[in-house]
Each structure stands twice: as C-alpha cells, then as structure tokens.
Design a protein around this ligand. Structure first.
Ligand code: SF4
Length: 618
C-alpha cells in the first residue's frame, strides 16, 4: 500500500504541473514562449483577512437564493440585475445576450438582446421520451428552436426571454425534471456511464449511486419552489430561514453555498466515458465479479483557466482514498464541506477545489477530510483507466433488447436544411417512446429497443437526413465543441460554429493519409474556460483571442493525461494546416497500436516542433 501511496503522490505532482511543463526530451527544457501560463508554483495561500468576492455578498444577502429575483420577474426589464444574474445560476439559468447582434444593437441604440439559457440537470443522463418532448416543445415555443445536449449529460435551452423564464422552468418541472443546481456554486449534474447494460448489475449500481449523490447534494432551499413553481404572487418575498441557523435550511451548504461550482463523475476503469479525472470529485468503481466493492475517490480535477491570471491552471483529479459503497455519501459530504469551509471565497478565479488541493497538497487535504468524516481514510487502490467507450451504434443490452447511440455533432439538436434531427426526435419520442440517455460526448442513446424495431429507427434517421453513427468519420465522431458564439458571454472565438468546417477539412486530409480509422479526441472551446474539456484530449483547440486558437496536443482518449501547448495564436484558417505535418509524422513513425496522443507524448515538444517547421504544409 505504501508503494501505491508513493505512486499516487508522483501522479499527483504530474497532474498539476503538466499543462505548463511540456515533456522535455533528451534533457532539454521547453521554450518558454510555448507555455500558456507559468504555473510552476501553487496558488498563494488564502488570506484569512481577504475580502469575500461580490458574488459571496449576493449569496449571503439572498436568503437562500431568493434575493431580488421575485421582484425582478415582475418588472418590465428584459434583463436581471447584478445580484440576480448570479443567483439565477443556482436555479439553472444564465443570462446571456446575442453577440451576433451586439454591434448593430449598439449602433441603433436598442441595447443588448438579452435572453436566458436554461439547463436541465439530468443525473447519469437518464431522460424519458415524455421529458424530451416537453423540452422540444419549449425550444420551439419560447427558445431559439434548438436544444443542446451538454458535455455533462444535461440539456440546454437557449434564447428564452426573461418573461418566459418562469413558464419554462415550471414546464420542465411538470415532467419531473429540474433545473435546480444545474449551474451555480453547488454540486452540478452528476455524471455517470449512461450505457443501459441491463445484464450487468454494475452499470445499474453506478446509476443508482449517481441518483443518490444528486439527491443528497441538491440544494434544500424552498426558494426554487416558491419562485418558479408556486401560484403565490411572484413579488411576495418569503424570508424562510433568514434568521435561523443556515444549516437547518441547507444542511450541507449553509447560507453562502460553495465558493464555486463542484462537479462529480462516476466511471469504471474499463470505461472512462465521463472523463473522471476532469471532475472535482471523481469516483472510479472497483469491481469484483459483478459487484462494486468500493470506489477510488479522486479529487481536484477541473479545467477552467484565466489566461491573464497565471495562478490558474487545468488539473487532473488525484487519488485520495478507497471508499466502500456504504461510506460514499459520508466521505463525499466531508469533501464538499472541506471545500465549503476552506475554498477561496475572495478570488473566484482560484476558488475551485483544485486550488485548495494544490495549495495544501493531497496529504493535508486528506487529513482535513478525515477530520470532517470522523475516521481515517483507506489509501486508494492501485488503479488506472484503461479504456473508454463512446457507446455509439447498435449495442445489445443484455436483456434481449438493444440500444442505439446516435452521434449529435456538438450536441446541437436542430432542423437545418436537409438535416432534421429535431423532427426525427419528435417522431421517435411520440411514436416509439424509448427511454433516452445522454452521453458526455453529447450523443443520445435510444434504449430498450426490440430487435424488430431496429430498422424503424434507422429508417426515421435516414428519412430526416441524419447520418448513422457508423457512417460518421472517426475524427468527427470523437470531436466536440462548446457553444461559444453567439450565446456565451465569455467566448473570444467561435467554437461550435467553427469546428464542423475544420472537421470537413480534416476528414479529407486524413483520408488522403490513410488515417481515417484512427481514434483521437479533438475538442474545441471558444475561450480557455475549458467547458468541452480540451486539456486532456489528443488535440485541444482553445480560443485565445479573436479568430485565433491555442493548439494543445499529447492528451488521449482515456483522459488521464493533460496535453501541452504545441502552437499558440494560430488563426482559424491555419489550424488544419498546422496539424497536418504532425499527422504525416505519425503516419510515418508511430508504433503498432500507438494512438496519436501517445505518439505526440512520446516524441515531445522539441521534436514535434522541429518536424513541424521542417515539414510545414504549403
Ligand atoms: Fe463559453 Fe468558454 Fe465555456 Fe466555451 S469554454 S462555453 S466560450 S465559457
């Protein structure tokens, strides 16, 4: 066990440093100009005297997430005030504005075109056809006529006007779904392998654990019900719990909730489809026979980065402890409470759990969790992720039925020209009604399908111009992008709207090279916040400034290794040409069964840079 602990510590060190410390080969260090941020030191220790951030003040004064939301829902404005903008996140909504219209709106004095994103929290990605029909109807009635499957197995509506927000949240709740805690400084959607393998009790157990964790960490405040679901006048403010012990109302979070968002994901070592190392708290299940005997708890993963703040960095979660199934909730609660009490509440840039773990070190963090839990923790078992599965195509469930995994490019459900995925979903959910599941790669699984119905599904997809997953190129199938423009207020470049064009070009070039069957992940984001998890992918494309991207390479599908910067500030039109020499090199020099990411990792930055310069595409 000592050896395992030592190994864990070594892994822990590499998991924070790697992003800024590209692998040096032949003893040479990497050129500093390629480093994205000089994060070689842990963030500064939190000062006890540091003033809490403005968001902390809004939460503190909000009486458990009410604030001015009830009054502002009644005013004529198309937008919320500063405090409510922060508070509505906890209710599952972000205020946004249409960035495509900003310039014209400014010029003709209209002001910003505000609308709300509404996110439904869907633990483990399990959703019924009836729930899907409700979301589809909402996107057409009050949204922008599209829906988006998120990278955390949730669903997003975009373009909801403020006047329609209450109706939207009510309608989602009417089909037994919820937006509470989908965003904000609380535990977010709990991710879990969505494969409905009925013959394997382990997958059922994982889903049950996801549901238990989701329920346990859901906010308890009555504000959600009172504001969105009750018939009471919206302006009537009820200060329930305002004068009482805050832990009576919110037994885990207290009055100011967490310092920042908190993410949980559950995976198997043989299938890391939920990117367990990217989570604040990752649970890696350990099986014996067909039973889960416990979980390795991994802590401190997270991908948000602020380029101007060198103290920020992406990190992979580190092994903390082995936890028996009946202790999962208690240990997870202790971890959340340690983050609640010691996470940075002064500077939101370094408020995620990963900074506390980096600041303290894993041993000190573990000791504090033990103190909160009240017992010593067992060292993590030696365990690594070996595989991943995107769950696409036809798969036998183990009970005589089938599920079909449909690739949804960048998660966007829409009707556009000959591609009518939204119409196909209406038809399938109305006429066939299969239970659905969403994957963390933004795909939809249609489940419990009889053998005889398989052709019916395929016919519907084809009739509506939807390519079957098996007909989609590997490079596109394993790609994903965050929404970015025009809805995300933080985007500095295009992402969802830019990646398909790059995929078109890459498909052509990879075919010419005979590399069409290679599996590697390409993930794009419109800013360094990393919502589409670009920092452990084989290829990461991260928006750095208008129209320019940072290209990162050296991660891999298993998600257990951070990538590193290959080139910075690459114009969108040059991204594919910049990658091509690397693919040619890979074709010529890769080992048997070596993936693109492993090849880049083995060659290292200097070698690849030298090759790239000598063999630049014309
Ligand atoms: Fe917005 Fe950046 Fe997240 Fe993309 S990565 S959705 S641009 S915050």
């Amino acid at each position: 066990m000592e050896a395992a602990a030592g190994r864990s510590n070594r892994m822990a060190q590499s998991r924070v440093a790697r992003y800024t410390d590209p692998p040096a080969k032949n003893g040479q260090s990497s050129p500093p100009k390629t480093r994205f941020a000089a994060m070689s030191q842990p963030p500064p220790a939190k000062s006890d005297a540091a003033k809490p951030s403005a968001v902390e003040g809004f939460k503190q004064e909000s009486h458990f997430l009410r604030g001015e939301i009830p009054e502002e829902l009644l005013d004529e404005n198309s937008f919320f005030g500063k405090g409510s903008i922060q508070l509505i996140k906890h209710h599952g909504s972000y205020q946004q504005d249409n960035r495509d219209e900003r310039k014209a709106a400014r010029e003709d004095g209209r002001g910003k075109a505000y609308s709300m994103m509404v996110r439904t929290k869907i633990p483990g990605g399990k959703f019924s056809s009836a729930q899907m029909l409700a979301e589809l109807a909402l996107c057409d009635e009050v949204g922008n006529a599209t829906l988006r499957v998120t990278t955390r197995q949730a669903l997003q509506l975009h373009g909801i006007l403020k006047k329609d927000l209450k109706k939207t949240i009510r309608r989602i709740n009417e089909v037994q779904a919820s937006t509470l805690g989908a965003c904000g400084d609380v535990n977010r959607n709990v991710m879990c392998c969505p494969a409905p393998l009925r013959g394997d009790p382990v997958h059922d157990e994982l889903q049950q654990m996801a549901d238990r964790l989701a329920e346990h960490f859901a906010p308890h405040t009555r504000a959600y019900h009172q504001i969105w679901l009750s018939e009471e006048p919206e302006g009537e403010k009820q200060l329930v719990g305002g004068d009482r012990d805050p832990f009576e109302v919110e037994p885990i979070y207290g009055a100011v909730y967490l310092p920042r968002k908190f993410k949980i994901g559950i995976a198997l070592p043989t299938d890391n489809c939920v990117d367990v190392y990217s989570q604040d708290l990752g649970l890696l299940a350990i099986e014996e026979g067909s039973t889960i005997v416990g979980y390795n708890f991994l802590v401190g993963g997270g991908f948000g980065v602020t380029p101007t703040a060198k103290k920020t960095f992406p990190a992979l979660a580190q092994p903390l402890a082995f936890v028996a199934p009946d202790a999962v909730i208690a240990v997870a609660t202790a971890i959340v409470q340690v983050q609640r009490d010691f996470g940075n509440r002064a500077d939101r840039k370094i408020a995620r759990l990963k900074y506390l773990v980096a600041d303290w070190g894993i041993e000190k963090f573990k000791a504090k969790v033990e103190e909160y839990y009240g017992k010593p923790l067992i060292d993590p078992k030696p365990l690594e992720v070996s595989q991943f599965d995107d769950h696409l195509g036809w798969c036998e469930q183990g009970d005589g039925k089938w599920f079909y995994g449909l690739n949804v490019e960048n998660g966007r459900i829409k009707d556009e020209d000959g591609f009518r995925l939204k119409t196909a979903l209406y038809e399938i959910c109305e006429s066939l009604g299969p239970p659905l599941r969403f994957t963390s790669h933004q795909a939809i699984l249609f489940t419990d399908i009889e053998e005889s119905d398989k052709p019916v599904f395929e016919e519907i997809f084809k009739r509506h111009g939807i390519s079957l997953s098996e007909d989609i190129s590997m490079v596109r199938r394993w790609s994903m992008a965050c929404p970015a423009m025009p809805t995300c207020g933080l985007a500095v470049t295009e992402s969802e709207r830019a990646l398909p064009g790059m995929m078109d070009a890459l498909e052509v070039e990879l075919k010419k090279l005979g590399l069409s069957d290679e599996i590697f992940t390409t993930r794009m984001t419109g800013c360094p916040n990393g919502c589409a998890r670009p920092y452990n992918s084989d290829i990461g494309l991260v928006g750095k400034t208008l129209g320019k991207y940072t290209i990162l390479i050296g991660g891999r599908c298993q998600g257990d290794r951070l990538n590193w910067i290959y080139k910075d500030l690459v114009p969108a039109g040059e991204v594919v040409q910049t990658l091509l020499p690397l693919f040619r090199y890979f074709k010529q020099d890769h080992k048997k069964n070596e993936s693109f990411g492993d090849f880049c990792d083995r060659k290292g930055l200097e070698n690849l840079t030298g090759w790239g310069e000598q063999n630049a595409s014309t």
